[in-house]
Design a protein around this ligand. Sequence first.
Ligand SMILES: Cc1cc2nc3c(=O)[nH]c(=O)nc-3n(C[C@H](O)[C@H](O)[C@H](O)COP(=O)(O)OP(=O)(O)OC[C@H]3O[C@@H](n4cnc5c(N)ncnc54)[C@H](O)[C@@H]3O)c2cc1C
Length: 406
Amino acid sequence: MVATRLPDPPPRLWRNPEPKRHYDVVIVGSGGHGLATAYYLARNHGIRDVAVLERGWLAGGNMARNTTIIRSNYLFDESAALYDHALELWEQLPAELDHDFLLSQRGVLNLAHTEQEVRDSRRRVFANRLNGVDAEWVEPAEIAELCPIIDLSPDVRYPVLGATYQRRGGIAKHDHVAWALARKADEMGVDLVQGCEVTGFQLDGDRVTGVHTSRGPIGAGRVALAAAGRTTLLTDQLGLRLPLQSHPLQALVSELLEPVHPCVVMSNHVHVYCSQAHKGELVLGAGIDSYNGYGQRGSVHVIERQMAAALELFPIFARAHVIRTWAGTVDVTPDASPIIGPTPYQDLYVNCGWGTGGFKATPAVGWVYAHTIATGRPHPLAEPYGLERFTTGALIDEHGAAAVAH
Ligand SMILES: Cc1cc2nc3c(=O)[nH]c(=O)nc-3n(C[C@H](O)[C@H](O)[C@H](O)COP(=O)(O)OP(=O)(O)OC[C@H]3O[C@@H](n4cnc5c(N)ncnc54)[C@H](O)[C@@H]3O)c2cc1C
């Protein structure tokens, strides 16, 4: 039988509006952070005259490129509070957004390979527990039960001496998270405008009154940046120098495999982390490429090191093939913690510096950034993350203390 007409296309998840000439709030960047902020501005604060302006396509930046690890077992009180708030919101969001984005709380192991790492990791477990974060120290015998494919032989270059374990940690399907947030924000009246690059700012003295874009000027009561690795390209135009460096961060996936890898495994010493995506690919990543740049590509030798490290931990993967590598552009601060809050310019807010680890924070960023924009005052969870810390010296040196990325 010959079909007389094509099937109806699926209903669109969001509209594709022409930008208006003015909004109460303009958010720059439709990654997870920009979308979550728009969602919570509408949901928590009733602010719906909001546009999210995106130079490319919705969630095509780091939101599409990350390795989706979610956890909250950070060392310092400020970090634990923020990331654990995110984890609580992750647990509520599938029902609230009415979208199954495949949150899989399969547990995250952070391996320790040296005596110093054992001491540091155990300290982190104790600190986590004091902060109400679920954290355990596990010995090699328990690791063998949790993830039987790790090479636990004592005679390898870096034997596994134990691990921290967060049962509530895991992964979620990043593109679905973005679509779920976008759909709800759109339903509440937020304009999601793709193909609209912000090229500059409208100013009235030291007050930001709008933005210049590739689709004309747009006035705004408040402007909130959520532009990740391209933040400084924007703030430099105001002469506002932020303590940020943009770097490529790469990841790779293997061909599809049967389920073999039951949890997320991270190792800073051998330097790789690995999980198995819902579809079956192994997802691997490591640290940043060391040079600065805004290109979404990285160096081959960094990928080679990731694969060599993965094989040290998982010799079983020796015959797996890599099918795809890619990079995002991540914005890194001197203490590897984010910047969230007001700027010296009135009505201009900034959320940036999430470096290698901002996906897991997505709902909490939306929650605290929306509060900050709506009230003009930092949310209590965001207060330690203001720009002032780089002059007061109250850094949150999570990277230095725990040496844990992602
Ligand atoms: C390879 C890789 C692996 C990662 N793995 C993890 C992980 O496992 N767990 C984790 O927690 N985090 C991880 N991250 C980090 C995480 O992806 C980021 O911290 C997070 O996505 C940042 O969110 P965002 O919404 O700010 O960024 P983005 O998704 O990058 O959003 C910023 C948006 O702003 C847009 N934009 C920029 N400039 C302009 C402009 N002038 N006008 C309009 N739009 C503009 C961009 O196009 C982009 O869409 C990883 C990152 C990478 C690259």
